[in-house]
Each structure stands twice: as structure tokens, then as C-alpha cells.
Design a protein. Structure first.
Length: 477
């Protein structure tokens, strides 16, 4: 029998006082000297290729890029292991790290130890309570109603992702910052809203492959310059919003008024203007792109499922008596079937893609050792389609999965579209309310006619989104 020392690919590790042999993590074929696993991933679709790789390698594997190792997990049980905030913390992978160019104290990109993150987090959290959500509801309704009126006059197929970006950005700006980019009722408020294009350009630059980043100093100079100009323009826009912010007299501050008028309850200090500006940009980008992607996926899936749309309309009839334009704040939470549709959409297409964690100490993950500080990427496509949890039809769209059955409680890590722990999404309730409300209005007003030639292709611009989806809408009235 060979000794432990002669076994290939093994290391010894001490875990919970037991000494055990742990195999080295598997990885993809074709690793290049120096460069590592660059050929294993489609650089334009890293999240989808990581999920694909897990089909051949297994739910846990490593990718190496130069000296850096990244552990990828694709299963619900493994995702469970990285939940604890006392043992794991947020890590910042390439696209999120690059978004620091917009402002380093933004909630998404700042480190948890950064005092600015703590201060902004504490000041903003009350902006997402039920009371605050109640204030955003009429604003959301106004914006969506404007879109419905414009679509009602439009006979051409619509650019779904473009219009969803417009509607969610406008909701974020009006509800969060008392600012309006456009009245969506106007014919000109179509898919080419300049600020949406500006943000998409910045996201495109942030999600460019590492291999292209190497060219920044040479042929990538022009792109870098354009990105700097885009970032400067967005920062100017955020400054304008701050300048235009008026004091809250009604005792119902929006997010911007809250940041301008409230001190950090812990330090009693107000937020610095630069910190406020970083949050405005963070919320404009994080608060619209993800919701827009989810709405776009939902409309794509629903356009092929008239049976589901029919049930959604029956539910709206029951709750509102047949007029969704009167949908009140409390009624949105009662649209339970529609909420299941949204949950299922986010299961199949978790628009954030995934998130990075790192252990605070050397630790065990799925029988392998992960060293303190090493990056672990939780690939949500893999986790949310884990057949051990979701069944052999995990790739199918079935909102019934989310009917609550206490006897079949899933493990906590199995469904995490909004992230984990302390650094999970602060805008979760905002997003769910806005998405359910928007879908209720759209599905009640229009029949969705899919382009039967369209095959779903998913772009990755930091977040996931259907590419080139167009759809014809038929007014039901
Ligand atoms: C369907 C829509 C959304 C999804 C799927 C989503 C998902 C996520 C995820 C996974 C994270 C954690 C990222 C990480 O760990 O690196 C996150 C963080 C965050 N999200 Fe969302 N999000 C959505 C909508 C929103 C909205 C509407 C807002 C604002 C109103 C928002 C604001 C934020 C912020 C500020 C953070 C950073 C929180 C922190 O670390 O302090 N998100 N989101």
C-alpha cells in the first residue's frame, strides 16, 4: 500500500483535531503555465461557463489565474457552509472591485471594516423599513403607469431590457432621490435614455475580461479614457442631484434626504458629501440594473407560459376587484402567486450571478482546505439549479416550487439571490415590491407575444440579462 506521502495530489490537514487526507481541488483541463485557467471560461460569460464547468468537474473546483486561486462552489450544501458572518466575510472579485472607480465608499464596493460603510449602512437601513416602502409605493405606481400608457400607443415590438432599464432607473431616481430623468409617457422616453446608456457603458467596462485588462496600457487606452469620461459624467450627475435635494418637511425623507439630514446613530457624525455621492451612484446602478434584469427574464419566461399569466390575472382580479391601477401598498404583498413567479425567475436566473466570500481562518469546505483570505465564488446558477435540492426538473420554470411546505424546508444556502448575511442586499424589499407591482400592471394590461425565433442568450454586464429580447404587446382593453 502506498504511503500517504506518495499519494498524488494530496495534502495533510488538521481539522477539528482530526488529521485527515484531503485531495487537492479539481480544476479544468488545459491549464496554461503562468496564465492558468484563462481558456476554461468564456471571458464574456464567466458565470454561465463556471456553472457549465461544474457539470463535468463537480460542485466544487478551483480556477487559477496567475498566482491567484479561486474556489468555485455550485451546490446548495456547499453554499450553506459559507453562510456564517463570524467565519466568512465578503470578498471583492474583479467586476465589483472595478466598480470602485465610481466611488470607493459605495455600499457594494466598500470593505466591511471601512467606517464609511458602517456609517452609510446605519443611516440608510431605516430607508428600507415597511414605513419607508409605503412612501415609495405611489411613486412606483406613477412610473409604471406612465410606461403602460406609452406602450399602449406603441404597435412595434418593444426592446424589453431597454424599457425595463428605463422604468427601474426612473423608479430609483424618483423614489430614492426625488429626481426625474424623464416622464415615461413621452415617446422620447424609449430605450435610448442617455443616462441608461452611460451606465451600461460603465458596467460593460467593469465586466471586461482580465485578459483585455492587460491591454489597458496600450491599445486599451482609448476605452479607458472613455470610461473615465463616463465616470466623471455620472459623478457630476450625482452632484447635481445632491445640489437639487430639498430638506424634508413632511417627516418622510427619501434616501437622499435621509443621507443629507441624518447623522450616523453610532458616531453622531453626518455623512461626508463624497460618501453621499458614492451612495447615490451605487443605488442608481445597483438599484436599477438588477431589477430590470429580473423583470426582463420574467417577461421572457411568462411570454411562453400563458397558463401562468392567466393565474396571475385571476389573482389580481381577486385582490383588486379587476383594476390593478388601484393596487394599494398592502395588496402587493397579497399577490402571492405572482411573488412565486418572481422567486422562481430569480432561482433560474439569479441576476447578480453570484458573490465572493473568504474565510477569516483556514477552513474546510466540502472536504478541501481553503486558506484564510482565499476567494470563494458562490455561483448562484449552480446553487439554484442543484438537482439534489430542486429535483430533476431544476432547469424548468415552475412557480409551484415556492408553495410553502414546512415539511420540505430547504437548507438556507439553497436559495440566495440577494446574497448572504451582513452584506446581503439592502434593497431586497424595494426590489421585490417594485418587480411584483410592475409585473402586475404589465400582465393585466397586455398579452405578451413572444418572437418564436428568439433563443435566450444571456449577457453578463456585471449582472445577467437576456440579450436582444424583443416582444410584441397586445393591449387587452
Ligand atoms: C432583483 C433585484 C436585486 C438583486 C437580485 C440583488 C442582489 C444583490 C446581491 C446578491 C447583493 C450582495 C452582493 C455581494 O455580496 O457582493 C446585493 C447587494 C446590494 N444591493 Fe442588491 N439586488 C437587487 C436589487 C437592489 C435594489 C433595488 C437596490 C437599491 C434600492 C439594491 C442595493 C444593493 C446594495 C446597496 C447592496 C450592497 C449592500 C452592502 O454590502 O452593504 N439592490 N444585491
Amino acid at each position: 500500500m502506498p504511503s500517504k506521502m506518495s499519494l498524488p495530489c494530496t495534502t495533510l490537514t488538521e481539522i477539528e483535531g482530526r488529521c485527515r487526507v484531503v485531495s487537492e481541488l479539481p480544476g479544468p483541463w488545459g491549464r496554461l503555465p503562468m496564465l492558468g485557467d484563462v481558456l476554461a471560461l468564456n471571458p464574456r460569460k464567466p458565470v454561465q461557463s463556471m456553472a457549465k464547468l461544474s457539470e463535468s468537474i463537480g460542485p466544487i473546483y478551483e480556477l487559477r489565474f496567475g498566482p491567484k486561486r479561486m474556489v468555485i462552489i455550485n451546490g446548495a450544501e456547499l453554499a450553506d457552509t459559507v453562510q456564517s458572518d463570524s467565519q466568512w466575510e465578503k470578498a471583492f472579485g474583479p467586476p465589483i472591485r472595478r466598480l470602485r472607480m465610481l466611488g470607493s465608499s459605495g455600499l457594494i464596493v466598500a470593505s466591511t471594516n471601512d467606517p464609511q460603510w458602517g456609517a452609510a449602512h446605519r443611516v440608510l437601513m431605516p430607508g428600507f423599513t415597511r414605513e419607508s416602502m409605503r412612501l415609495y409605493h405611489p411613486v412606483m405606481t406613477d412610473v409604471v403607469s406612465e410606461l403602460i400608457r406609452r406602450w399602449g400607443r406603441c404597435s412595434d415590438p418593444i426592446d424589453v431590457a431597454g424599457d425595463m432599464n428605463t422604468v427601474t432607473l426612473e423608479i430609483m431616481a424618483r423614489a430614492g432621490f426625488g429626481y426625474s430623468f424623464a416622464n415615461l409617457d413621452e415617446p422620447s422616453a424609449g430605450t435610448n435614455m442617455p443616462v441608461v446608456n452611460l451606465m451600461l457603458d460603465v458596467l460593460r467596462y467593469a465586466s471586461r475580461p482580465v485578459s483585455i485588462e492587460l491591454l489597458d496600457a496600450t491599445i486599451g487606452r482609448a476605452a479607458r479614457r472613455r470610461n473615465q469620461l463616463n465616470v466623471a459624467e455620472l459623478q457630476r450627475l450625482a452632484e447635481d442631484m445632491i445640489d437639487e435635494c430639498r430638506p424634508d418637511v413632511a417627516g418622510a425623507p427619501d434616501l437622499l434626504q435621509r443621507m443629507m439630514e441624518t447623522s450616523d446613530p453610532e458616531t453622531r457624525q453626518p455623512l461626508a458629501r463624497s460618501v453621499v455621492r458614492d451612495q447615490v451612484l451605487t443605488f442608481l446602478i445597483a438599484g436599477h440594473e438588477t431589477s430590470a434584469g429580473t423583470l426582463t427574464f420574467a417577461l421572457h419566461l411568462l411570454s411562453h407560459r400563458p397558463d401562468v399569466v392567466k393565474r396571475v390575472r385571476q389573482e389580481i382580479d381577486t385582490i383588486t376587484g379587476g383594476d390593478p391601477t388601484t393596487l394599494a401598498y398592502e395588496q402587493v404583498a397579497k399577490l402571492r402567486y405572482l411573488r412565486r413567479v418572481v422567486d422562481e425567475t430569480l432561482r433560474l436566473w439569479p441576476v447578480a450571478g453570484g458573490f465572493f466570500r473568504r474565510p477569516k481562518q483556514d477552513t474546510e469546505l466540502g472536504g478541501y482546505t481553503v486558506r484564510r483570505g482565499e476567494w470563494v465564488y458562490v455561483n448562484l446558477i449552480g446553487v439554484h439549479r442543484d438537482k439534489h435540492i430542486w429535483g430533476s426538473d431544476a432547469d424548468q420554470f415552475d412557480p409551484e416550487r415556492f408553495v410553502r411546505d414546512p415539511s420540505q424546508e430547504r437548507q438556507p444556502g439553497a436559495y440566495k439571490p440577494f446574497g448572504i448575511g451582513l452584506r446581503s442586499c439592502i434593497g431586497r424589499q424595494f426590489a421585490l415590491h417594485e418587480i411584483v407591482l410592475t409585473l402586475a400592471h404589465i400582465l393585466y394590461a397586455f398579452d405578451l407575444e413572444p418572437d418564436l425565433k428568439y433563443r435566450l442568450a444571456v449577457d453578463e454586464l456585471v449582472t445577467l440579462k437576456p440579450a436582444g429580447l424583443r416582444m410584441r404587446l397586445r393591449s387587452r382593453s
